[in-house]
Design a protein around this ligand. Structure first.
Ligand code: FES
Length: 386
């Protein structure tokens, strides 16, 4: 039916009357509903605001909010703020800060060697094991504030999966713009339907188009079986978040000789650091120790030897803890070999990535027996997730 302009008003009235007849709900009822929705929205916003805590990180004066049942570190990461951290589980000590005001509730366990009683008495806390109880200010001079690289969530396309024994070398292609930035040694989260898994980046920051990850097979795991079964094929799209972590080459002491320690796939960030050295400081003195059980665990040795060829002052010591009969190289644990090779590390820096046991024992032994300064030992602890 065509409604002519001079009949529009009456048509409208007739239409509304028909609607009211079909749906007998009063105007008062509609406006009551609207009021109810407004009040509910206001109340939920107010409650949400008051159960959140405001966190200030000095001296950068970085501010963010944290929710109930959320650690301060998780809240920072959720806001895209890359506070120094590594394991997120109270093992590495990278997220240590000093409580300046407010109070926190300890929400995770950690060992005395990560934070001892004297440090706790001095107000030190681990941000990955602390939830804010109200508004909180913490001091964390190691956080660079706005100068830190921002955390991004970005898509990536699977470019290649290379299976080497029980390690998959996964290469993903990144969007071209804006170029992805990270520091050699940092890691990414791979965001999955039922959670996420973290893997260190194994390529140089100068390579902007792709990222490489070394993924060990974990039976029944959330992510690795997809690579080994072939179900995650070239061209598949993934979501990544990062860069994360504060384990990266320290620029301020650019000429100190380096000891790089890796066990297993802890080699990934060490490879990234070596590639950065090849790009920017090829003359730097560096000694790499890679510990695994058997020779097959040296899964990326071809690439490593190519890298070493570009570093004239680099040495490499592979160490097997359960060597095959035909192995003629070093056997045992990497820390023993560092102690055998170096009596005095007081002028060195050590970067270690691998199991908590290796990190803990090498830190203790090198500091106690080689005069390595505590603050010259940098570590990234791998905690096993299926
Ligand atoms: S102890 Fe907090 S990130 Fe490792």
């Amino acid at each position: 039916m065509e409604i002519l302009p001079n009949n529009i008003e009456s048509a409208h009235r007739v239409g509304m009357a028909a609607i009211r007849h079909a749906f007998p709900i009063s105007r008062q009822f509609f406006s009551g509903c609207l009021k109810f929705v407004k009040i509910a929205f206001f109340l939920s916003f107010t409650i949400y605001y008051f159960i959140m805590s405001q966190i200030i990180v000095s001296p950068s004066q970085t501010q963010f909010s944290s929710q109930e049942n959320e650690t301060i570190l998780s809240a920072a990461i959720r806001h895209g703020i890359n506070l120094p951290h590594s394991c997120q589980s109270g093992v590495c000590g990278s997220c240590v800060a000093t409580l300046v005001s407010g109070s926190v509730v300890q929400s995770g366990e950690y060992d005395d060697y990560v934070l001892n009683q004297d440090e706790i008495a001095a107000g030190k806390i681990l941000l990955c094991c602390s939830q804010a109880d109200g508004d909180v200010t913490v001091d964390m001079p190691s956080y660079a504030g706005a100068k830190a690289i921002a955390i991004r969530t970005l898509p990536a396309r699977v470019a290649n999966v290379d299976i080497r024994g029980d390690v998959a070398v996964l290469t993903v292609a990144l969007p071209k713009s804006p170029p992805f930035q990270f520091y050699a040694g940092q890691y990414m989260e791979i965001l999955l339907k039922d959670g996420s898994r973290s893997y260190s980046i194994a390529n140089a920051p100068s390579q902007k188009a792709t990222l490489e990850f070394h993924v060990r097979l974990r039976e029944g795991g959330l992510f690795s079986p997809q690579l080994f079964s072939g179900s995650l094929k070239s061209g598949a799209i993934m979501r990544l978040r990062g860069p994360l972590g504060s384990f990266y080459l320290n620029d301020e002491s650019a000429d100190k000789p380096l000891i790089l320690l890796a066990t297993g796939t802890g080699f990934a960030p060490i490879k990234s650091i070596l590639m950065q050295l090849a790009d920017t400081q090829p003359e730097r003195v560096v000694h790499v120790y890679h510990g695994t059980r058997v020779a097959a665990g040296l899964y990326d040795e071809t690439a490593l030897r190519q890298l070493l060829a570009a570093l004239p002052n680099a040495k490499y010591t592979p160490v097997l803890s359960r060597p095959d009969a035909d192995w003629s190289g070093a056997t045992g644990y990497i820390t023993e070999y560092v102690l055998r090779d170096y009596a005095d590390l007081s002028g060195h820096e050590v970067y270690a990535c691998g199991s908590p046991d290796m990190i803990h024992s090498s830190r203790q032994m090198l500091v106690a027996q080689t005069r390595l300064p505590e603050n010259a030992f940098f570590s990234d602890v791998f905690t096993a997730h299926v």
